[in-house]
Design a protein. Structure first.
Length: 439
């Protein structure tokens, strides 16, 4: 009996599909045409700090490729050489060790790790954002006569505020700086943490409320570059972008004149209106600005009537403002709302019990000293006036007690006979202390 095997489907492209594959291969280069006009700004920056960061990326990638490329090549080579049909004469299935190969396998990665560690350590210090700029580019150092341009940056919801304290101007969503001049950015935020990033200029740096961070940079060539927020900060995050204009000296002077000619003043009232959340805000300019506005924003006291954080920290560092400060609540809320006064509450069972003598009415407290017998002058403090009850009394040395003190006949009727009497002066009407008697 003859058994027929079922026919298996043929694997491979259909005859009609080969033409489609050929067309796809011919059109593949056309798909890359949209990328021909792309400017990889991270790989082609306009600032020296960004250039050094790009070089760090290239050096690190090159060092890692020293291992990756040989490994990939050896994988293909070994798979081809020791395939089954090749029948290589040096094929040894029982091989398990080679000292020279082990040294090569472990020494090469170790050397690369050492090089990466050295590059990382040096670049971490040289590219520290808090470190002032020391060079304009690789062949030009910073001229000591050139003054650093300071820009105070505030991350708002959802826009950027730039204050030029030395020029007395401010802008919103527009940043400009002269080419070849070091820039010192001081950054903070009004609400949530954000991230300031101009890829053409330098790396990103965080901006946080109640804190100040710093970034140093320099522009090497003129241009109009993009800046944006690199940290999600809410609903309007995607539109939190601005333009950075790197201008020559004359162009930057004209830009400053245009800002001052535009008018507008950025004071506390205007800032509170600007601080309100808004999206896709067009660039704005202010000809004048409050010189203490940025410090007030950092210390969370830009709102009129708020108390500054640095002021409260100084009070705490000095030991506090006493019990009275528990009721001084004005200006402590960041949102401007008033805090309701509150009383200090002592948990039950923690307060010491008061002596029964404190139940004496205040109006009769002054007569307690006179009504007490002379022998009980040490106890008159319990009937002291409420105004002086908490004040320490002047201490006086106690007289030595006689070794054999004769007992008085009426000692059995004295309720204080078994009590030890301290030599505390009893207040009199004239204010002169009367020495206590020792029983």
């Amino acid at each position: 009996m003859t058994v027929r095997r079922p026919s298996l489907p043929k694997i491979g492209p259909k005859p009609g599909s080969r033409l489609g594959i050929a067309k796809a291969r011919a059109l593949a280069p056309l798909l890359l045409l949209p990328l021909a006009g792309c400017d990889w700004i991270v790989m082609n920056p306009a600032g020296d700090v960004a250039v050094q960061q790009r070089d760090l990326i290239l050096i690190s990638t090159g060092l890692m490729l020293l291992i990756i490329i040989p490994v990939m090549i050896l994988i293909v080579l070994f798979a081809w050489k020791y395939r089954k049909s090749a029948e290589a004469p040096d094929y040894d299935p029982d091989w398990d060790h080679s000292t020279s190969l082990e040294l090569m396998i472990w020494s090469a990665p170790l050397l690369i790790i050492i090089c990466l560690g050295a590059v990382t350590w040096t670049s971490t210090h040289l590219l520290d954002p808090y470190r002032p700029i020391e060079r304009i580019h690789a062949t030009q150092a910073v001229d000591e006569k050139v003054k650093t341009l300071e820009v105070q940056v505030v991350a708002l919801d959802w826009k950027w505020l730039f204050i030029y304290p030395d020029l007395g101007i401010a802008t919103v969503n527009e940043l400009a700086a002269p080419v070849g001049v070091p820039i010192r950015f001081k950054l903070t935020s009004s609400s949530v943490m954000n991230s300031f990033y101009v890829p053409a200029l330098a790396g990103q740096i965080y901006a946080m409320p109640g804190m100040q961070t710093m970034l140093h940079a320099v522009a090497n060539r003129p241009g109009n570059y993009e800046g944006f927020s690199a940290n999600y900060s809410g609903h309007g995050f995607s539109g939190m972008r601005f333009r950075f204009h790197a201008l020559d000296a004359g162009g930057f002077d004209r830009w400053v004149k245009d800002v001052k000619a535009g008018g507008g003043a950025l004071d506390r009232t205007e800032y509170m209106a600007l601080e309100k959340p808004s999206e896709k805000v067009p660039p704005r300019r202010f000809a004048t600005v409050d010189g203490e506005l940025f410090n007030a924003i950092v210390n969370l006291c830009a709102r009129p009537g708020q108390r500054c954080m640095n002021e409260l920290m100084m009070v705490d560092a000095a030991g506090g403002a006493g019990k009275e400060s528990a009721h001084d609540l004005q200006g402590l809320r960041h949102d401007g709302a008033a805090l309701a006064p509150f009383a200090l509450k002592i948990p039950a069972g923690t307060a010491p019990a008061k002596p029964a003598a404190h139940a004496t009415p205040t109006g009769h407290a002054g007569h307690a000293a006179q009504a007490a017998p002379a022998g009980h002058a040490g106890h008159t403090g319990h009937g002291m006036d409420a105004r002086t009850a908490d004040k320490p009394m002047p201490a006086k040395p106690m007289a030595a007690k006689p070794a054999m003190a004769p007992a008085k006949p009426h000692a059995a009727h004295d309720p204080h006979a078994g009590m030890t009497h301290h030599a505390m002066p009893a207040p009199t009407q004239t204010g002169s202390p009367e020495p206590a008697r020792i029983r």
